[in-house]
Write a protein that binds this ligand. Structure first.
Ligand code: TRP
Ligand code: SF4
Length: 404
């Protein structure tokens, strides 16, 4: 059995849905850049996940895949620190998805909030597919294939990491039991006394047979209330409900990505669906144009009319880019009509151009040598695949599929 230090490992993926923008940079990418120096990082393009919603127009995915990898590299993700790869190039993810699907109760997938939410939101698409229902399970396979202990995700993805934990626990329970464990656990059950034992067995069965998570919580609480069992026995009893014994697939935890403070050019959160983004590879001219034409406090019709930064979408950009002195200059200049809006915007324009300049240069270098990018990905896929293969060997063995 392969031993990996799952605590040291980070895995995250992104769907190739288009050019990345400043919102991605200030949210996810800066975080990844930091993590790559602290952990053994695997970052991948989730092209199969993109297919779950774009199966009718798959031709857009390919282009987005390469654009996204270039944006990652431009933003400072380094192929010597992190392993970068493409999901569909590591077929082990699909194999693990199938094997895990055998033990995943339908109800667990049906109650993941994003399932119904996205179906509601993307009404124009038919998302009543197995692929879409299985989205969180595929994500679980992504994570578990690498025994990744840490998964940086936004708040909207935490439920997917939670279901991954539940699936890993169920897998370990079904296939990871050591010999002797069962007997010791059964002896500990008896020690709890008649009434508690009966409740424990009932709750354990409800969890194991129906995947009922509330029963799991209640059984854990019951064990923790017991006075006349040792710490060892307590742990064994908890392990016995959860699938104690050998841990074949370690349970990951979510590393919550801080919400990006990055506002779009209309003051709302920057997002492709609002059409208010500044792309990482936007040219200085385009940046200038986009910010110059941003609306400001409507009270400032003429230069002599004072305004209020709180009522202006440019102000949140100063919060991201300007130091205290500049912010004070804005406050005073705006409320006293001492500065013009263009003057005020110029500071932000310069800061954004300055921030993106090195990224544009790097992106251009990669665009000019596509073979370098392909090489980085080829190597990453190979490395990723080796890891995933090891996990799959353990999984096949655990599920008695190692006859050949
Ligand atoms: N579902 C994630 C998103 O939309 C992308 C993703 C796929 C992912 N597989 C993953 C993230 C595994 C973390 C780990 O953002
Ligand atoms: Fe907005 Fe600056 Fe104009 Fe005030 S001076 S309204 S903060 S752009």
């Amino acid at each position: 059995m392969a031993v990996t230090n799952s605590e040291r490992r980070v895995l995250s993926g992104m769907r190739p849905t288009g050019k990345l923008h400043l919102g991605h940079y200030h949210g996810v990418l800066k975080n990844w850049v930091e993590l790559q120096h602290q952990y053994e990082c695997y970052f991948f393009v989730a092209d199969w996940h993109a297919l779950t919603t774009h199966y009718e127009d798959p031709q857009i995915i390919e282009h987005n895949v390469w654009d996204m990898v270039i944006d990652w590299l431009a933003a400072g993700i380094s192929s010597s620190s992190a392993t970068l790869f493409i999901q569909s190039r590591v077929p082990e993810h699909a194999e693990l998805h199938v094997l895990l699907s055998m033990i995943t109760p339908l109800s667990w997938l049906e109650r993941v909030p994003s399932y119904k939410d996205q179906q509601e939101k993307l009404k124009e698409k038919d998302l009543a597919t197995i692929g879409f229902l299985g989205y969180p399970l595929l994500q679980s396979a992504d994570i578990l294939a690498y025994s990744a202990g840490n998964v940086p995700v936004g708040a909207d993805q935490v439920a997917h990491v939670e279901i991954t934990r539940d699936i890993a626990r169920r897998f370990n329970h079904l296939y990871g039991r050591d010999s002797g464990f069962k007997e010791l656990a059964e002896a500990a059950i008896k020690k709890m006394g008649k009434k508690a034992s009966r409740s424990y067995i009932r709750l354990k069965n409800q969890f194991q047979e129906q995947g009922d998570l509330e029963s799991l919580e209640r059984a854990r609480a019951l064990v923790n209330q017991q006075q006349n069992i040792s710490i060892d026995e307590r742990e064994r009893l908890i392990g016995y409900i959860e699938g104690g014994g050998k841990v074949i697939l370690p349970e990951p935890k979510a590393l919550l990505t801080p919400e990006p403070k990055m506002p779009g050019i209309d003051g709302q959160k920057m997002s492709k669906s609002y059409g208010n983004t500044i792309a990482l590879r936007e040219s200085p001219d385009e940046i200038n144009q986009k910010i110059r034409t941003m609306p400001t406090d409507p009270a400032r019709v003429r230069l002599v009319d004072p305004g209020d930064p709180e009522k202006c979408p440019v102000w949140p950009l100063h919060q991201v880019y300007s130091d205290d002195t500049t912010k004070q200059w804005v406050q005073e200049g705006c409320t006293s009509a001492g500065i013009g809006c263009l003057e005020c915007k110029k500071v932000v324009i310069d800061a954004v151009i300055e921030e993106l300049k090195p990224m544009r240069i790097r992106a251009q270098e990669y665009l000019d040598s596509p073979n370098v990018v392909r090489g980085i990905i080829a190597e990453g896929c190979e490395r990723a695949r080796e890891q995933a293969r090891e996990t799959l060997e353990d999984v096949r063995e655990a599920m008695c599929l190692d006859y050949r």
